[in-house]
Write a protein that binds this ligand. Structure first.
Ligand code: CAA
Length: 390
């Protein structure tokens, strides 16, 4: 390979509202400390009636195109497990909202929370074939479980968009990667259901087994040993899960350290997910973005991405951070994006959660709520309506 390939720009968008998990704890009769410390989550994003995975994904990608333009973009991959249609890719709506030209291929990828990492690898292969190409990857999800269940505090909503290019500004992918697949029923969402079905305890074991299996495969493919990796970004259904995963890999690598030291090591990757909640496909890239936006000097450091999607597929890969990466960040804007979310009380949150169930799915209008650049207007004769808000 003549030049490095990897992530050149990375941006996120999230729901317009947020709910503090102490509010949920009160209804569910739990100690807030169980969520704050036990799960490592402080709040979660909640989408407005007129937001969905298309509007979130378009809002994330718009930031990237506003800075870098669309020249060279010939592929848009949309990773999600919050499918809005059984046939048409959510990415085609985004393609129109962003004003991309006709000579762009668009496709949707699905394997629970994993598929954005598959998209990144497929994108890298396209760029290896033609280094002038820039592939736009969008990962967008809204995590919904049944209300009044143990899974409810692990909901959330968010999207990332990133470009994969030659000579990337943020992360140069290393060639070694490890993959692992096993048919497990830990978490799934049948076609008739708007909420996922989950076996919480099984899902945690399945996650740990799959990430360990992917890491073992990474090592057999010439990957760096555990101690030669500076930072680890794990999929974060709740941020404590990353701590569990890191302890699991550290124990197996024989570099066990005390729990507080492991938690401190993972902490710089958790800042966004702790406040956004689970964003499924976007989550591991929000962990990477939090690390990049944070105080650590990452220039020249090796960073791992440990991606997990229930059902189950995992991938473990590494990349190195280029010297001038900070010039490609937008940390202050990202902080503002989180701070601007409007806090909601439990009644408002419940009304938003229940809104979809009261409607005729073939015909409905949504209330104008989002201040984001694009909105979902509803469904008319089974066709979804998307429009700019300005
Ligand atoms: N103060 C501090 N900590 C407390 C506490 C208190 N008062 N009370 C409990 N805790 C701790 C517990 O000790 C526990 O910590 P450890 O796991 O470190 O022991 C933690 O809080 C959670 O407590 P429980 O295990 O009792 O929690 P629970 O059974 O009510 O539910 C859950 C936890 C299973 C994760 C549930 O939220 C769930 O099902 N979530 C959805 C599934 C999920 O996220 N799975 C993750 C792996 S699958 C995946 O990654 C794919 C994906 O995105 C879904």
């Amino acid at each position: 390979m003549s030049s490095a390939i990897g992530i050149d720009d990375l941006a996120f968008a999230t729901g317009s509202f947020r709910i503090d998990l102490a509010v949920l704890a009160e209804r569910l009769g739990a100690d807030p400390a169980k969520y704050y410390r036990g799960l490592g989550q402080s709040e979660m994003s909640v989408v407005a009636e007129d937001e969905d995975v298309v509007t979130l994904g378009a809002a994330a990608a718009q930031q990237i195109l506003a800075r870098g333009g669309a020249d060279g973009v010939r592929t848009l991959m949309f990773a999600t497990e919050t499918g809005i249609d059984q046939s048409k890719s959510a990415g085609v709506y985004v393609h129109r909202l962003l004003g991309l030209g006709p000579n762009v291929r668009v496709v949707e990828l699905k394997q629970a929370c994993y598929s954005a990492t598959a998209a990144m690898q497929f994108a890298a292969a396209l760029v290896a074939r033609d280094p002038s190409e820039k592939v736009l990857v969008i990962a967008s999800d809204i995590a919904r479980y049944e209300l009044d269940t143990a899974a409810e505090p692990t909901q959330g909503a968010g999207a990332v968009a990133f470009t994969v290019t030659a000579n990337p500004a943020l992360l140069e992918l290393e060639p070694a990667n490890g993959v692992y697949t096993e048919d497990v029923m830990d978490f799934w969402r049948p076609n008739h259901s708007t909420t996922a079905i989950v076996d919480g305890k099984t899902s945690i074991t399945a996650y740990l087994d799959a990430v360990a299996g992917a890491f073992d495969d990474y090592l057999t493919r010439g990957g760096a040993p555990f101690h030669a990796i500076d930072w680890f970004c794990y999929h974060q259904p709740f941020t404590k899960m990353a701590v569990k995963a890191h302890r699991h890999l550290a124990d197996r690598a024989g570099s066990a350290s005390d729990p507080a030291a492991v938690a401190a090591r993972i902490e710089p990757t958790t800042g966004y997910n702790r406040r956004i909640g689970n964003s499924y496909t976007a989550s591991v890239y929000l962990a990477l973005l939090a690390l990049l936006d944070g105080d650590e000097d990452l220039a020249g450091k090796r960073v791992a991405i440990a991606s997990y999607g229930s059902g189950a597929v995992a991938e473990f890969l590494t990349g190195t951070v280029p010297a001038n990466y900070r010039t490609a960040l937008r940390a202050a804007e990202n902080e503002r994006r989180l701070a601007d979310r409007v806090p909601v009380d439990d009644a408002t949150y419940l009304a938003l959660q229940h809104a979809a169930r009261r409607r005729d799915p073939s015909n409905y209008e949504t209330a104008r709520q989002t201040p984001a650049p694009f909105r979902f207007g509803g469904v008319r004769d089974d066709q979804r309506i998307y429009e700019p808000t300005v």
